[in-house]
Write a new protein. Structure first.
Length: 274
């Protein structure tokens, strides 16, 4: 029998995931998507007129969010946390190695926890949200952004069809992602007050599927599923996937679109006594 407490260790290969992020950091990486999502999350923070003295950037990546929070009015201390020593090594200030499934912070440590494109890598999202609520002080705020279920739908379609044609079967190539309706309910179930969840889509165009895959590698967003096939894509399968992608989704100018669905999560730690 599989117990729920074991699931975080089963869905993703944590070592492979950290190595992918370390590789992205070592090679200079691709930051544009994280920077864009961080800007959109900060727009939401600007609408909240409250001071937050201690802030946690959970999943700091290249530090787009941490750098801005360090200059934010009222914030006195920013802690950057990431699973990747490579990313943390590129940052200044207070840094902590942390896995989103097992956060090493005491309860009530932060007034604000923000997270950009990190929580879709947790094996147990409800458990991670409970931990985030725990480390917030009463009245503290959580703002998160994670990839949603329609992310990379074009690439997923092309890979499935290519593998079926070239190899006669399909292997897990793109991680599962949460749906908007699910995360809205999870915020409420995990004890957040005034929970809000909404979604935005960002479409990026590329020369071809290989250019998209290159960027995903540079972001540290490549396949780390435990059930993934360990061998790389065959050349024929890769070529077929690029062809299917262009035929199914190609734009008039010859480029291809890549859709990233971003789920934005907002929730408050209940005030003391509530």
């Amino acid at each position: 029998m599989v117990h729920s407490k074991d699931l975080p260790l089963m869905l993703f290969d944590r070592r492979a995931w950290r190595l992918h992020r370390d590789r992205a950091a070592r090679r200079g990486g691709v930051e544009f998507l994280h920077a864009e999502v961080a800007d959109r999350l900060l727009d939401r923070l600007e609408d909240i007129h409250r001071d937050f003295r201690a802030a946690l950037d959970l999943g700091a990546h290249f530090g787009a969010l941490s750098r801005t929070l360090a200059r934010w009015s009222g914030i006195e201390r920013v802690v950057a946390a990431d699973s990747s020593a490579g990313f943390l090594g590129r940052l200044g200030g207070m840094r902590v190695a942390a896995d989103p499934d097992l956060m090493p912070f005491r309860g009530g440590t932060f007034d604000l926890t923000v997270s950009v494109l990190f929580l879709h890598w947790v094996g147990d999202l409800p458990g991670a949200l409970v931990q985030i609520r725990r480390i917030l002080r009463p009245g503290g705020l959580f703002l998160g952004a994670m990839l949603g279920g329609s992310t990379l739908v074009e690439l997923r379609t092309a890979l499935i069809e290519a593998e079926l044609i070239e190899e006669g079967g399909v292997s897990p190539r793109v991680s599962p992602a949460a749906e908007l309706g699910d995360v809205a309910g999870l915020l409420l179930r995990t004890g957040f007050a005034m929970p809000v969840a909404d979604a935005e889509k960002i479409t990026v165009t590329y020369r071809d599927a290989l250019a998209l895959m290159h960027d995903l590698r540079g972001m540290g967003e490549t396949n780390a599923l435990t059930a993934r096939r360990r061998a790389p894509l065959r050349r024929a399968t890769l070529a077929r996937a690029a062809l299917v992608y262009a035929e199914r989704f190609g734009l008039p100018d010859g480029r291809i679109p890549a859709t990233f669905e971003i789920l934005f999560l907002t929730g408050w730690a209940p005030e003391a006594g509530s």
